[in-house]
Ligand binder design. Structure first.
Ligand SMILES: Cc1ncc(COP(=O)(O)O)c(C=O)c1O
Length: 418
């Protein structure tokens, strides 16, 4: 018999195998200082484009004050126990009610983490006779939720309504055979490429097919829609979303998440979400902090306006300088360049060391071979100086990429990787 660990000693996994070249720099970097548009990386000042603090709330003085006061008032333990047993409070309920009202749903329920919450939501919504149809580019938490499903599941091509219809036809036949129902899952905004899920078209398909619709709006909540209620509001179809999900980890700059739906659905989920029933309640400091952040989201529209001013300046600046930013329809700003992984590493090093620009880098296998994706997340804390510095830096790195500088620089890296 084999030692269970044998495979681990041999193969560190698709990302782990790059650890010796990448760790501490390209992955697991330590970005230090107060969360803002400019932070420190390895002792150097950098413009930070890799933090999902869309509205700039993370380090807002009012937020920091409320967080600190809540820490003093409640510590980090309260309340102890799962919601169902001993972890329920008035403030948890108040936050749920305010979130539900904000996203125009009857009720909401708090989740300790978006990831586990989404896994459990999918798990609780379906039984083995049901069929799940979901976008192939869905976030890992959706994929893991689907993995728990004992019944049939189909993926549709990313944001491709024709493919969704084809799969809905298959799912309908299957569900008629098993006697189950259909759950369709999309993201409100796809976090890598920034495209909005085609929620309007998907909701329109309800005329033709019988299904319930779950939307993960992690990146849309707070950034899209007239009031910031997300991609459903932006596309005018919030009512057609049966279960709405968002995390506190992005616009609300905190930890935690929620789902919102009709009262009867939330009443069911609250008794069936295993990751919440058997886990300690969201700590009070986070609940109080989320109430404050939600209040600011509602009452300070200038934060979202500033976010979009920066987003528009960055995206139109990149486009006018001939960069390919794909098909983004949100603040998520991808820049696609052509090059190998070693070239990408040399390029990002140049960007950070010589230009003081810190953004995330995505390469194969997350995106096709030969492509480099630099991902920028604008926030309300950025300013036009940050944008202009970044645009100049991007022009400089593009010309070095094109004249082969990074190929030469990376030759030793490439040799080491072979
Ligand atoms: C689309 C999407 N869904 C869910 C999550 C998970 O949320 P959380 O960080 O609250 O676990 C993330 C990442 O934060 C995300 O980008």
């Amino acid at each position: 018999m084999k030692d269970l660990f044998e495979k681990i000693y041999k193969d560190k996994g698709p990302l782990g195998k790059w650890a010796s070249q990448a760790e501490g720099y390209f992955v697991f970097p330590k970005i230090e200082g107060e969360i803002s548009n400019r932070m420190k990386f390895q002792g150097k000042d950098v413009v930070t484009w890799s933090i999902n603090d869309y509205l700039g709330l993370a380090n807002h003085p009012e937020v920091r004050k409320v967080d600190a006061e809540a820490g003093v008032a409640y510590g980090s333990a309260y309340p102890m126990g799962a919601r169902m047993m001993s972890g329920h409070t008035d403030l948890h309920e108040k936050l749920q009610n305010e979130l539900a009202e904000f996203v125009s749903k009857e009720a909401a329920y708090l989740l300790n983490f978006g990831y586990q919450g989404m896994v459990s939501t999918i798990d609780a919504l379906v039984s083995k006779d049901d069929v799940i149809v979901y976008d192939v580019d869905a976030h890992a938490c959706i994929i893991d939720g689907v993995r728990l499903h004992m019944g049939k599941r189909f993926t549709y091509k990313h944001n491709d309504i024709e493919s969704l219809e084809k799969n809905l036809e298959r799912a309908t036949k299957m569900a008629e055979h098993t006697g189950g129902g259909i759950l369709v899952i999309s993201e409100g905004v796809f976090g890598m490429r920034g495209e909005q899920g085609r929620l309007k078209e998907i909701v329109a398909l309800k005329e033709k097919y019988d299904f319930r619709f779950l939307v993960d709006d992690a990146h849309g909540f707070g950034t899209l829609g007239k009031t910031g209620a997300g991609a459903g509001e932006e596309q005018g179809v919030q009512d057609g979303i049966d279960v709405y999900f968002a995390t506190f980890a992005k616009s609300l700059a905190s930890t935690g998440a929620f789902i919102a739906a009709d009262q009867e659905i939330i009443d069911y989920l609250k008794y069936n979400l295993r990751s919440q029933m058997f886990a300690k309640s969201l700590q009070m400091q986070l609940v109080v902090g989320a109430l404050k952040r939600l209040d600011m989201l509602r009452t300070m529209p200038e934060l979202k306006a500033k976010l979009w001013e920066n987003t528009n300046a960055l995206q139109s600046g990149l486009k006018s300088r001939g960069f390919d930013i794909g098909t983004t329809q949100s603040c998520v700003t991808p820049v696609y360049l052509k090059g190998s992984i070693p070239e990408a590493m040399a390029l990002v090093k140049d960007l950070r060391e010589n230009h003081g620009i810190f953004c995330s880098i995505v390469v194969y296998p997350v995106i096709p071979k030969g492509l480099i994706l630099l991902r920028l997340i604008p926030t309300a804390t950025h300013d036009l100086d940050d944008v202009n510095e970044t645009l100049d830096a991007f022009e400089a790195i593009r010309s070095r990429l094109e004249n082969g500088t990074y190929k030469r620089l990376s030759a030793s890296v490439a040799a080491a990787m072979e």
